[in-house]
Design a binder for this molecule. Sequence first.
Ligand code: PPE
Length: 306
Amino acid sequence: MPIQEVEKIWMNGALVDWGEAKIHVLTHALHYGSGVFEGIRCYKTDKGAAVFRLRDHMMRLMDSGKLYFMTIPYSVEELCKATKDLIRVNKLSGCYIRPIAYRGYGEMGLNPLKNPIDVAIAAWPWGAYLGEEGLKKGIRIKTSSFQRISPNVLPPLAKATGQYANSILAKVESLNAGYDEALMLDYRGYVSEGPGENIFVVKDDVLYTPPEHASILKGITRDSVMTLAMDMGYQVLERDMTRASLYLADELFFTGTAAEVTPIREIDNYSIGAPGPITREIQAKFFEVTKGGDERYKAWLDHVYP
Ligand code: PPE
């Protein structure tokens, strides 16, 4: 689906016209993947648009930058304010937000350190990542033959542009094989995550998700779902899992800013079945919370129109 264009993009402190938000072809990040980014969602609530866990995302952007020796020339506060200004200027309510900090134009070659660090934030309406149908009925996934990057290859904790070459290979492999999405295993052979999502397993009313050492990106949706599930009275465990244990799961679902809470109905041709009761309950709670329907989690929402 083509990106739905809006009016303005924030670039290095200024609001520029959508069509003018351009970079030079010799931009360092284009050649070497030397950028860090975020994906954030803004939801329509009773009190107008609200960005979900904005500060947490901007803090992770800073951490990703640190892992690549990039000092982002704006504070978390400035980036949060810029995001909300951008949403207002574009008169958006529900939208996806893509902040990116990247090594710009200057020198060529692997040493990025003398290149400027440019920062941009874009926002546009983006629907269900794995389709409306996927959100309701669940998706089919396939274990990838591409292993998830490991801690001594690239830092999985960083959300860096170059690291997504790994995700793209897994994603395309799964699409070419007729599935909706991939599942990636870590360097030890244990379950890691999807190309752009964390995974949860439900077995005997307990929720399991792979730990940090399984080479995951520590998802903010993953953290939110863990909190919500525990508050709902479920036990949630971070644990290494084998692919076979997923085949025997009662329920499976992906989490992510883009993917939200997406049920998985089939993995490697093993049927898990229609979205189960716990997946449905957590998905419903997640959407209630993001849309401002539960007072207990209002600290997660940053209102755009005060
Ligand atoms: N793992 C990976 C590898 C990942 O990229 C994401 C987000 C997650 C887990 C979930 O993290 P969080 O969004 O904090 O819950 N992927 C982003 C980019 C997806 C894309 O296609 O681009 C996203 O969901 O915005």
